[in-house]
Design a protein around this ligand. Structure first.
Ligand code: GRG
Length: 315
């Protein structure tokens, strides 16, 4: 992926308004997503109590719900009714939250704060955190397979796309594995860094956007191309802003411990390129996301606003 151009001052002001519009959409989406997740996830009083309590602890800790909101926003841009999108949206949040729970484990990033609270393994112990992550992953696929708002063919396609995005060789697990392997290396290149994050962060974001379009009835790669390219740029934009916030934001704003990447001497966009060049890359991926949407057949103003929100985000 290429990051080449800069943003004019006028475009920056416009990005501010658009970000506010996307923020309002995200707030509304969060309410709907959280209510449906509450229905779909077993009660904390149902056996096995520890696993269900741990799932709920991590799920309902105030995540931004970016990935499920993207399913809703893309689906609506392609003409789907929100009722047909909501369960798929929840499945994406379950996969994302499982990945955070496992990423925080001592064997991986070893974090004790996430979404503003003690991480799942700190609260419930490692074994239960592993099981809670496993159960969230399984539940995600079950929800899609059992979603009777969707034709069987669409469900199968969604399951396949989500599995590819979550697993190996080109999904989140692959990205996480490459990222762990890169930790001990001082010679990670810019191209390698993009590749790690296309898999680790980008694949699920791309799959979320494609899922919305698939539920709406888009099925050919031609129809899906602009939204896939949009989301691929969005994924890298999201990762760069995540790296920047790790350097510049507070623990209160982030709900997790900032500065960990630098302390661990991890390859990040600011570490590799410097703060200013990392910011320029973020602006370039923002423009790339907007360009990709312009190549499609729908105007999708909300999807444009979401890209601006990610560029401007402070948490
Ligand atoms: C363990 C298989 C496995 C994968 C882990 C997602 C991930 C892969 C690691 C998380 C580490 C990290 C900081 C990744 C950078 C981008 C990212 C996914 C940030 C967290 O996502 P947000 O900001 O979180 O959307 P909330 O809490 O708002 O949902």
């Amino acid at each position: 992926m290429r990051a080449s151009s800069d943003t004019a001052p006028g475009a920056r002001a416009e990005a501010g308004d658009a970000a506010a519009e996307a923020w309002a959409y995200l707030e509304r989406a969060r309410t709907i997503i959280d209510a449906r997740l509450d229905d779909l996830v077993p009660a904390a009083t149902a056996a096995p109590v520890a696993v269900h309590a741990a799932m709920r602890w991590s799920l309902f800790a105030g995540g931004k719900r970016l990935r499920p909101a993207l399913v809703l926003a893309t689906g609506e841009a392609f003409g789907a009714h929100p009722d047909s999108l909501i369960d798929t949206a929840c499945a994406f949040e379950l996969i994302h939250t499982y990945s955070l729970v496992h990423d925080d484990l001592p064997a991986m990033d070893d974090d004790d704060l996430r979404r503003g609270r003690p991480t799942c393994h700190i609260k419930f112990g490692e074994a239960t955190a592993i099981l809670a992550g496993d159960a969230m992953q399984a539940l995600a696929f079950q929800i899609i397979a059992e979603d009777d708002a969707l034709d069987a063919g669409v469900r199968v396609r969604l399951v396949a796309e989500l599995a590819r995005a979550a697993g190996t060789p080109a999904g989140m697990v692959a990205g996480q594995s490459h990222d762990l392997a890169a930790e001990s290396r001082a010679d990670v290149t810019a191209a390698e860094l993009d590749l790690i994050h296309q898999h680790k962060t980008g694949a699920l974001i791309v799959a979320a956007a494609r899922a919305g379009a698939l539920v709406a009835g888009a099925s050919s790669e031609r129809e899906l191309r602009s939204v896939s390219d949009y989301a691929a740029a969005l994924g890298l934009l999201f990762q760069i802003t995540d790296d920047l916030l790790d350097v510049t934001a507070t623990v209160e704003a982030l709900g997790k411990t900032p500065g960990k990447d630098a302390r661990a001497q991890k390859a990040t966009y600011p570490a590799l390129h410097g703060l200013e060049e990392a910011r320029a890359r973020a602006r370039a991926f923002h423009l790339q996301a907007l360009d990709a949407l312009s190549q499609g057949e729908r105007s999708a103003p909300l999807l444009r606003s979401i890209a601006s929100l990610i560029l401007e985000r402070r948490a």
